[in-house]
Ligand binder design. Structure first.
Ligand SMILES: NC(=O)c1ccc[n+]([C@@H]2O[C@H](COP(=O)([O-])OP(=O)(O)OC[C@H]3O[C@@H](n4cnc5c(N)ncnc54)[C@H](OP(=O)(O)O)[C@@H]3O)[C@@H](O)[C@H]2O)c1
Length: 261
């Protein structure tokens, strides 16, 4: 199976921790040069310094807030002019929890800016390099809520659906350029995001965190949460040559939790 990403450059967003950091690690192991993007420059530098270099590749850091659309555009356009990237992992932190009907307009605007507008800016910035290479990979890190909305994550459920519709449309538009566009739908994954969700549920219900965690695990046929590396590995596979005929899919990495087929 051809998993070799030697000579390719990947931009991995939300990569200072969690699933993004794990995806950067797996892509680097396959030989790609990786630019890690998030807000915290120190954390990013530590991630970049720890990335593997089996092909003597060079890794880079971009510290920028994906909520600042203009800054994101300027920063990424300048970076790819020097480091053309053919792989985009579109990922950022999840929106705060809460019901859909009580969420503020600002909460929706912020989520759309970070998840959808940022993705659009990133795709437009990287497309010239992908087209020049006649090869590209776009992977959006979304959520199982694309198929089965999750109670208590109203804004997240809403924006994930928008991202999925955008991505499917892109997959049709960019296929002729040999650019694939796919979504990874993480289930419960051991990162700061899941800790936040458990903390919020404990605060909302008064239940101990341990009981909430046990209840969540009981919904997963595999009986455990994913490690970030398991999810990052699937992202890297979708970016590999071996996944060249997969486009327009939303792939759950959820230990079998979703009920839908
Ligand atoms: N973990 C799960 O169980 C789970 C399940 C379903 C879906 N997901 C989704 O998968 C995605 C990744 O989750 P995760 O668990 O890896 O999250 P995480 O551990 O909270 O990491 C989020 C990453 O995004 C970066 N980030 C946050 N806001 C940003 C901004 N405004 N601009 C740039 N970077 C930003 C953070 O870095 P900085 O703080 O340095 O900016 C961090 O590197 C999220 O959308 C999450 O909702 C996760």
């Amino acid at each position: 199976m051809d998993l070799d990403l030697g000579g390719r450059h990947a931009l991995v967003c939300g990569a200072s921790e969690g699933i993004g950091r794990a995806a950067a690690q797996e892509l680097a192991l396959l030989g790609a040069s990786v630019t890690v993007l998030a807000r915290r420059a120190d954390a990013l530098q530590a991630v970049a310094d720890a990335l593997p270099t089996p092909r003597s590749q060079v890794h880079c850091v971009l510290a920028v807030d994906m909520a600042d659309t203009a800054a994101l555009q300027a920063t990424v356009e300048a970076h790819v002019a020097a480091h053309p990237a053919q792989i985009l992992v579109n990922n950022t932190g999840g929106p705060p929890g809460g019901p859909a009907h009580t969420a503020t307009l600002d909460a929706y605007t912020d989520a759309f800016r970070r998840h959808l507008l940022a993705g659009q800016v990133l795709v437009q910035a990287l497309l010239p390099a992908m087209r020049a290479a006649h090869w590209g990979r776009i992977v959006n890190v979304v959520s199982t809520s694309v198929r089965e909305p999750i109670p208590g994550l109203g804004v997240s459920n809403t924006v994930r659906g928008a991202v999925a519709g955008w991505a499917k449309t892109l997959s049709k538009e960019l296929g002729p350029d040999d650019i694939t566009v796919n979504n990874v739908l993480p289930g419960y994954t051991e990162t700061g995001r899941i800790e936040q969700i458990v903390h919020d549920r404990a605060a909302a219900t008064g239940k101990p965190a341990d009981a909430i965690l046990a209840g969540m695990r009981a919904t997963v046929p595999l009986g455990r949460f994913a490690s970030p590396a398991e999810t990052g590995g699937v992202i890297a596979f979708l970016c590999s040559p071996a996944a060249g005929y997969i486009t327009g899919v939303s792939l759950p990495v959820d230990g079998g939790r979703m009920a839908s087929i």
